[in-house]
Ligand binder design. Structure first.
Ligand code: NAP
Length: 335
């Protein structure tokens, strides 16, 4: 088989495309993997998923990605990633993988608009925000409850809003919200923040931000829009109603691995298990970025993992092509 050849056949319902490298996910890991595979002339296809660029595209400013001393907008960085991968031949498909069959190679991946047979698969499906799971949260999402300050901050001009969480995301997004909101109250379940020192200082120094410590949200109240929260102080047990017009929830993320359950090894939190070469337990299937990284979760580390995964996929394809070239045809072998 020619591993460099992208065969396109079709069945009754949709096209089946045979590709050497299929990347599922379009965050920093996905685009970086596509860039490396494209530069190896493997014509990778990227299935973007529902959110082009993943979580970084929802980030207002990225200040810790090397090469941008003045910071770079999240959306702008994604555009640059995409452009660079496309320049070398990566094909970006605005489609989402819904099913995978990894029982044999080529791996079969079903997406909304077609099917793919992939010699190698690079999984970069990222992670999605964890919900508080309190009454009112689902009903009021999009009506005051949000998981994206960059997307929704503008709607809260001169309003009083709340941010839930004590990590880097909560503080970064809280600081961003002070551009619009009259006040931002950061509600944290402990009295010590998880966020890094620089963000802590910036948030503490911001006159629009205040903190409610040792406090959890028990209910979100409102009919057409959020008007208050039921809060509980976890040390005193005291409860109170807290008026607010917006609740931004940043309490971590869950990896997007549902379609791989039962086919690939996951850890107890649902992250894909890889070795330090980005190999999953299935030869030819690699994982990179937040879907396989509960520790670092940075744009730069995800991009690095994506490059490493692609380098391994390239090696896998080369080795299999060499094996095939060395194996004599069956009839010849029998002589
Ligand atoms: P995170 O670091 O896991 O922090 C989650 C926060 O939410 C913690 O403070 C946690 O409290 C709190 N929390 C978790 N479950 C909760 C619940 N059910 N109710 C109330 N609070 C809850 O998540 P993150 O802030 O999204 O950051 C994820 C990763 O991305 C981190 O590695 C972070 O460094 C990175 N990041 C970096 C930047 C940057 O460098 N500029 C920006 C954003 C994110 P506890 O502290 O009590 O556990």
């Amino acid at each position: 088989m020619d591993f460099n050849l992208t065969n396109i056949t079709s069945n009754k319902s949709a096209s089946v495309q045979h590709v050497d490298v299929l990347v599922i996910g379009s965050g920093p890991a996905g685009f970086s993997a596509a860039l490396y595979a494209a530069r190896a002339d493997l014509n990778p296809v990227v299935l973007t998923g529902m959110e082009l660029g993943g979580q970084v595209s929802l980030t207002y400013a990225v200040e810790n990605y090397p090469g941008f001393p003045d910071g770079v907008g999240g959306t702008q960085l994604v555009e640059l990633f995409q452009k660079q991968a496309e320049r070398f031949g990566a094909r970006i498909e605005f489609d989402t993988a819904t099913e995978v069959d990894l029982s044999k190679r080529p791996f079969r991946v079903t997406a909304y608009n077609g099917e793919y047979l992939a010699e190698t698969l690079i999984i970069t499906t990222g992670a999605t925000p964890i919900h508080l799971e309190v009454p009112g949260e689902v009903e009021l999402t999009g009506r005051g409850v949000s998981y994206c300050a960059t997307c929704d901050g503008w709607f809260f001009k001169d309003k009083d809003v709340v941010v839930v969480g004590g990590g880097d995301s909560a503080l970064e997004e809280g600081i961003f919200l002070t551009r619009y909101a009259k006040s931002v109250t950061i509600i944290h379940r402990r009295d010590t923040l998880r966020a890094g020192a620089i963000l802590q200082k910036r948030a503490m120094d911001n006159p629009k931000i205040k903190f409610l410590w040792n406090t959890v949200v028990e209910e979100i109240h409102g009919e057409d829009a959020v008007h208050s929260l039921r809060l509980k102080n976890v040390t005193s047990g005291e409860k109170m109603d807290y008026p607010t017009q917006g609740v931004f929830i940043f309490i971590g993320h869950r990896p997007n691995t549902q379609i791989f359950e039962g086919q690939l090894d996951l850890d107890e939190h649902g992250y894909l298990v890889t070795d330090n070469l980005m190999h999953t337990n299935m030869p030819g299937v690699y994982a990179a970025g937040e879907v396989a990284d509960p520790v670092f979760r940075q744009v730069v580390t995800s991009a690095g993992m994506g490059a490493a995964a692609a380098m391994q996929a390239i090696l896998f394809i080369q080795e299999h092509a060499e094996e095939q070239a060395e194996t004599p045809p069956l009839a010849e072998a029998k002589l």
